[in-house]
Design a protein around this ligand. Structure first.
Ligand code: CA
Length: 227
């Protein structure tokens, strides 16, 4: 599916109007409807009311809530993909953002083109499982590819788009020791921007959310294997 034809609403949350306008302009050129919010409270209202297909979220916001808190709130309410923008560029920010459920991040300064590429990549990842769904079994986890839902004992477990893609990839390769690079290319997309540490972050999240229901073994010097 061509993302440019799947026009939807993207919410840009940024209190620096120069950056918000620039990102907004490029996204509009790509065919998206763009809504802007200057603070977190407004952002949450828009998420609930307008149901954007994706949120671009600045971490350093003025007001009562910073981007991390907003990211957590968005994640609690649904599966809307989130790309965080950070000015600090520190690894801790990036890792914390991913642990809070962000699907990707960009570090300022970034080019608007790079931002657009990431928006498209995240949307492609969350949409690429199409109509021919099946239910894969990974240990004690049911991986429903049509509903994009993971269930343990029949109970749905809330996962981000990226976590679900990783889980599905593992479920399709049981018993195989997979390198981090293979997982990055296979679960997400070839040549994905992220470094291999991203895999570790998402595996940790899956282990935390799915516990012993998901038997992922760490293969030292290689990567991971679904038992
Ligand atoms: Ca800011």
């Amino acid at each position: 599916m061509d993302v440019t034809q799947a026009q939807g609403t993207v919410l840009v949350v940024e209190d620096d109007s120069a950056i918000a306008d620039l990102v907004g302009m490029y996204l509009r050129q790509e065919g998206f409807r763009v809504l802007l919010a200057e603070d977190g409270e407004r952002a949450l209202e828009i998420v609930q009311r307008d149901r954007p297909v994706l949120v671009v979220l600045d971490i350093g916001l003025k007001g009562a809530s910073d981007g991390f808190q907003i990211c957590r709130r968005i994640r609690e309410e649904g599966t809307t993909p989130v790309i965080i923008m950070t000015a600090r560029g520190e690894e801790v920010d990036r890792v914390l953002g991913l642990e809070l459920g962000a699907d990707d991040y960009v570090t300022k300064p970034f080019s608007p083109r790079e931002m657009v590429a990431r928006v498209r990549a995240v949307l492609r990842r969350s949409a690429h499982q199409g109509l021919a769904g099946q239910v894969l079994i990974a240990g004690g986890v049911e991986v429903d590819t049509a509903r994009r839902e993971a269930r343990v004992g029949g109970r749905p477990i809330s996962l981000t788009a990226q976590e679900f893609d990783l889980l599905e990839y593992l479920a399709r390769h049981p018993g195989v020791a997979l390198t981090r690079r293979q997982i990055l290319d296979g679960a997400w997309e070839p040549g994905w921007f992220g470094d291999e540490r991203t895999v570790d972050v998402h595996v940790r999240q899956l282990r935390k959310k799915l516990g012993t229901a998901l038997p992922i073994a760490t293969v030292w010097g290689v990567g991971y294997r679904l038992e």
